[in-house]
Write a protein that binds this ligand. Structure first.
Ligand code: ITT
Ligand code: CA
Length: 511
């Protein structure tokens, strides 16, 4: 009887206690979840910026990149914010009036000033990298190339950004950074660095080879299947926890402008009748006079200089693609290979392996010729199309493309045939692996080229080891917190219904 009375006295308190505890529990969970969510909420993103000027042989482009400050070391976060094409020729063309080299950059630099928020100016690095045009000028006239660099450096220093240098980059750097750019933009480093357990393979898996065709030089860069034989063509990277052994070579003088000069020079006969060269790489009806002084000015053609009495030569188009390729083939030397395999001019090259992204002039030319959709276009089809295009008379070509710059238009026949010869005979691409080449201009919003890779490297934005990032994205984290809290609540309610009610029932019984 005593116990019964006790229970009767305690039961109302028991029930109240359970209700109070449940309320407190629910409030507690709500407070914990809300605090965790608010505390972990990503802050509004602060953006950082970087500027790289690509001072190429034919022109200069300015690229502005941006990325969220707190995600610096993630792969794929840097994006192209803006690009500006400098008016006029490349900086190496200002060798006689070096002051103008710097001045030519002002318009694009002014644009950079307005497109980057003022508060970020002083922390925004600006780099200028000059490529093959300046390499050739340095060979020809060291002093002039120094003066051009001083002039552009003075202009860049006069802006409120963080000036980080203007220099001539090596062909090896050009190839390496082009490869880093395309693989960074493709997200390949990220894919490869995913952790698959303790026996994760540290050797890299899938990457995209990079083919860059400029005006004065061309680069080929890829991860071969076999071991790389020559140290000067090999790059070792450790990126995001993976090792990469990359083959690269830059051919100075094999950009498409220098290759055209070289082709004309090599095919020039001493006894050219009436100073006229029948040229199969130009359309029938096209004619162009070139001064021999200009033709032999570059170190690329200097060795071809013949004892000619004439000052100029007239190129008369005969429009024949296969004959054009025969002429182009003469600028490649396929003997003198001292390695197990070579591309040309005695340069070691491992066998072509994997997929390739071909950009710059590869893209401009193949895009114009409608030859970029390689999945339908075999190498044989490409040659067939070139035959047809080259044999089209110049007057018809001009009529069909009235808005295309005449210099570009007149050279597409040569350029297309040069690209085929370089890829097929030079690098040994075949009908079977032709479709591994994709002609690209951009990946996402960013241009393919060496500039992004250059900036990523100089700002230390590509770490050797994979950065430790939170295992869950923010959305996933919130979802898990909410789902598990609700689950806990449900469990408590069920517990209360099943174990709390009988207690109440027994209380009734007792009463
Ligand atoms: O890398 P380097 O050798 O220093 O040269 P670059 O950087 O100036 O070379 P680009 O890739 O910008 O251009 C390569 C060539 O393509 C030419 N080019 C640019 N736009 C073109 C277009 O729309 N159609 C055809 N050719 C084009 C340009 O004149 C060059 O001869
Ligand atoms: Ca270039």
């Amino acid at each position: 009887m005593d116990t019964k009375r006790d229970m009767q006295q305690k039961n109302p308190w028991h029930r109240k206690l359970i209700v109070i505890l449940t309320i407190l529990f629910i409030v507690g969970i709500i407070v914990i979840v809300s605090t965790a969510i608010i505390q972990n909420k990503p802050l509004p993103q602060k953006m950082k910026y970087g500027i790289v000027l690509d001072a190429g042989s034919s022109h200069t482009s300015l690229y502005i990149y941006k990325w969220p400050a707190e995600k610096e070391n993630d792969t794929g976060v840097v994006q192209q914010h803006h690009a500006c094409n400098v008016k006029g020729p490349g900086i190496s063309s200002y060798s006689a009036k070096t002051d103008n080299a710097g001045k030519s950059l002002s318009e694009c630099m002014d644009l950079a000033k307005t497109s980057i928020p003022d508060v970020r100016h002083s922390e925004t690095p600006v780099y200028l990298g000059a490529t093959a045009g300046m390499r050739l000028l340095r060979e020809q006239d060291d002093m002039a190339s120094e003066n051009v660099l001083t002039s552009v450096a003075n202009t860049l220093r006069s802006y409120p950004f963080k000036y980080e240098g203007a220099r001539i980059i090596t062909g090896q750097e050009e190839g390496a950074y082009g490869w880093i750019t395309v693989n960074y933009l493709q997200g390949n480093f990220q894919k490869n660095s995913r952790f698959f357990g303790p026996f994760q393979d540290t050797q890299a898996s899938v990457t995209l080879g990079a083919l860059d065709l400029g005006g004065a030089s061309t680069q080929i860069t890829f991860v071969p299947q076999e071991e790389i034989e020559s140290e000067e063509n090999s790059l070792h990277f450790r990126l995001y926890g993976k090792d990469y052994n990359v083959y690269t070579h830059s051919f100075l003088c094999y950009g498409k402008d220098q290759a055209l000069n070289l082709t004309v020079a090599i095919n020039l006969k001493i006894d050219e009748p009436d100073n006229v060269q029948e040229n199969p790489c130009f359309h029938v009806g096209y004619s162009k006079t070139i001064s021999l002084k200009n033709l032999y000015k570059s170190p690329c053609t200097a060795k071809q200089k013949k004892n000619l009495r004439m000052d100029s030569v007239v190129l008369n188009g005969t429009g024949n693609a296969s004959k054009c390729r025969e002429n182009v083939l003469k600028i490649f030397n396929f003997s003198d290979c001292t390695s197990s395999s070579c591309s040309f001019n005695g340069i070691y090259q491992p066998h072509i392996y994997g997929s390739f992204g071909a950009f710059s002039a590869y893209y401009f030319v193949m895009q114009f010729l409608n030859l970029t959709t390689h999945h339908e276009t075999s190498l044989a089809k490409v040659k067939e199309k070139m035959e047809y295009f080259c044999s089209t008379p110049w007057a018809s070509v001009k009529q069909r493309f009235p808005t295309v710059k005449e210099k570009y238009l007149s050279e597409y026949c040569f350029s297309g045939n040069y690209i085929i010869t370089l890829l097929e005979n030079g690098y040994s691409f075949t009908e079977d692996n032709w479709n591994t080449i994709t002609f690209i201009k951009k990946i996402g919003n960013s241009d393919a080229g060496w500039t992004l890779g250059y900036m990523l490297n100089l700002t230390n934005m590509i770490p050797a080891e994979a950065p430790s990032s939170p295992p869950l994205p923010y959305g996933g984290y919130v979802a898990i917190m909410v789902i598990f809290s609700l689950l806990l609540l449900a469990l408590c309610t069920i517990g209360y219904i099943f174990f709390g009610k009988p207690a109440c029932n027994s209380q009734k019984h007792i009463i």
